[in-house]
Ligand binder design. Structure first.
Ligand code: GUN
Ligand code: ZN
Length: 429
């Protein structure tokens, strides 16, 4: 059995840096080491001690590179890979003009396979080792996603995007088809290897009450699955949801009324929440996912990061392809900038936590991924902290490890990703 010893600076979490002072929860070990075997992290510690304890381990010395948990992208749309960075629309127009026509193409299994492979190549190059993605309404797109991830040994989450109104022919299903196809796909993929099925109504404007009700019932039968959807992303969308559901107290109620609320719910965007919605989401322990590049790109608004300080579960995500990047580094930079605009500047430790353990917790996978801890799965991203001349010249006179890391968060891209390990396997550079 080969044991791998990775040497470098290590990013270590002992708690949630939003819960108190970040200093109490996150440290950088400048002399760190991680021991990996059989897909798991076996030990984490100081480099000389681990070298002495494991003299037969195969050593990879990353010098002063930062060894981090692999990034966890808690909300993405892999079918939108090819239409990322499409110009000029607001949410509903953007969906109708770019997104829905492209999503229709993934009914073709060969195209779905091509896009799934392209997507995983791109995210892996960016240091992301886990994604939680919407697929399209076509089961072929779900099979392509899980098959590609399974072949790469990745822990991923995803599901068929259900829509039975306000979407074109060819993407719409029905309440019954959504229920039946979701159930079949869930049975086919959930819990196999490192794959998790996510029950996925797109958002309440594209589902009838019959469909939301059917998916709420199914979630009751498959309660170990996650359920993902969108909520309160753009003001026009919030008004539309209220129009379509005149009985609902608020946007959340369009889900709550049909059982689509619970600790395993993962709500994307959540920018324009009302006080009742925030209280209720906190009460049930559901997760919110901040999608900062998308929220600026589509012009949706500025997420309130003080919700994380108030004890809500918050993850971070690209929202590819409404988001304008596949990279969680770029996503952290955008989260920092939005924090600045809202007067809640985040420390680099908080940004890194959101992109790893925070997102992992949002997906109920915080005990498996998102931290360099013994017993965790060995999904690892190694960052070169001086990857471009612009970053290197700032890094050269950094005062301490956090100042050394921050330029890579703000200016880094896939050139900063020195190496990626997935399930204990080093990916070909
Ligand atoms: N709301 C419903 N569908 C989508 C989508 O595909 N992207 C984004 N950003 N918001 C949505
Ligand atoms: Zn989305």
């Amino acid at each position: 059995m080969t044991r791998h010893l990775l040497l470098g600076q290590t990013l270590l979490f002992t708690g949630n840096p939003f819960a108190g002072d970040w200093q109490d929860s996150v440290t950088i070990d400048t002399n760190g080491a991680v021991l990996v075997a059989q897909g798991k992290i076996i030990d984490v510690g100081e480099r000389d001690a681990l070298r002495a304890a494991h003299p037969d381990a195969e050593v990879t010395d990353y010098g002063t590179d930062l060894i981090c948990p692999g990034f966890v992208d808690a909300h993405a749309h892999y079918p939108q890979t090819a239409i990322i960075a499409s110009w000029g629309k607001r949410l509903i127009d953007w969906l109708n003009t770019y997104t829905f026509p492209e999503e229709m193409r993934l009914a073709d299994p060969e195209y779905a396979e091509e896009i799934a492979d392209r997507y995983f190549d791109l995210v892996t190059a960016a240091g992301t080792t886990t994604t939680c993605s919407y697929c399209t309404s076509a089961p072929t797109s779900v099979d392509a996603y899980f098959r590609a991830a399974q072949a790469r040994g990745m822990r991923v989450y995803g599901g068929k995007t259900c829509m039975d109104r306000n979407a074109p022919d060819g993407l719409r299903d029905t309440a019954k088809r959504a229920y039946d196809e979701t159930k079949t796909l869930c049975d086919r993929w959930h819990g196999h290897d490192r794959l998790g099925y996510v029950i996925t109504p797109r958002f309440s404007p594209t589902s009838t009450i019959e469909q939301l009700d059917a998916l709420g019932s199914l979630w009751g039968e498959r309660s170990d699955c996650l359920m993902q959807t969108h909520i309160s992303e753009q003001v026009e969308e919030v008004a539309w949801a209220k129009d379509l559901f005149p009985e609902a107290r608020d946007y959340l109620d369009t889900y709550e009324a049909f059982g689509l609320i619970g600790s395993r719910a993962v709500y994307g965007h959540a920018i324009h929440l009302e006080p009742r919605e925030i209280d209720r989401i906190k009460e049930v322990g559901a997760a919110l996912v901040h999608c900062p590049t998308s929220n600026t790109f589509i012009g949706s608004g500025l997420f309130d990061m003080s919700l994380a300080r108030r004890g809500l579960v918050v993850g971070l995500a690209t929202d590819t392809g409404g988001g304008s990047s596949f990279s969680m580094l770029r996503t952290m930079a955008a989260a920092y900038e939005i924090g600045q605009l809202r007067g809640t500047a985040m420390h680099p430790s908080q940004l890194l936590w959101l992109a790893t353990q925070g997102s992992a917790q949002a997906l109920h996978a915080g005990d498996q991924i998102g931290a360099l801890k013994a017993g965790h799965e060995a999904d690892i991203c190694v960052l070169d902290l001086a990857s471009t001349s612009a970053i290197a010249q700032r890094h050269a006179h950094a005062d301490g490890p956090w100042e050394a890391i921050f330029p890579t968060i703000m200016m880094g891209d896939d050139r900063a990703v020195r190496d990626v390990w997935i399930g204990g396997v080093r990916q070909a550079a």
